[in-house]
Design a protein around this ligand. Structure first.
Ligand code: THU
Length: 136
């Protein structure tokens, strides 16, 4: 799938964001190595800490459906309902979740629109990480 298509799915997922407290709407589209795509939005909570980011929603949907080999994720986010004005980088917790299942061949697309985006490897955005091998 082309990056533009994955971003378009993330923009669609963002429309479903439940973010009445921050007004910050995030969408993510995660593609597996087998081509399956799982989308997610951020889901906030009145008690705040149960809030789940869009990226983790997408990852947990995929993992709970038996998928653990991931290729790439597209992320879009920003205040309000209109197109994002800036790039939205994944929070540290989401990077750590990515690190559990993904290696150096996993890529993170930060997009404002289908045509305006940047792409990073997981290693670039999470250097010197803590992972499975540290616990073994
Ligand atoms: N959020 C995400 O969904 N993903 C990110 O990468 C950053 C933050 C959400 C969490 C919360 O609902 C809102 O954005 C403001 O932090």
């Amino acid at each position: 799938m082309k990056n533009e298509e994955l971003i378009s799915l993330a923009l669609d997922a963002r429309k479903k964001s439940y973010s009445p407290y921050s007004g910050f709407r995030v969408g993510a589209a995660l593609i597996c190595k087998n081509g399956k795509v799982f989308c997610g939005c951020n889901i906030e909570n009145s008690a705040f800490s149960p809030t789940c980011c869009a990226e983790r929603t997408a990852f947990f949907k995929a993992i709970s459906e038996g998928e653990t080999d991931f290729e790439k994720i597209a992320i879009v986010g920003g205040k309000g309902g209109s197109e994002p004005e800036d790039f939205c980088a994944p929070c540290g917790v989401c990077r750590q979740v990515m690190n559990e299942f993904c290696g150096d061949d996993f890529f993170v697309i930060l997009a404002k629109s289908e045509s305006e985006y940047k792409e990073y490897s997981l290693g670039e955005i999470l250097p010197f990480s803590f992972g499975k091998s540290d616990v073994k």
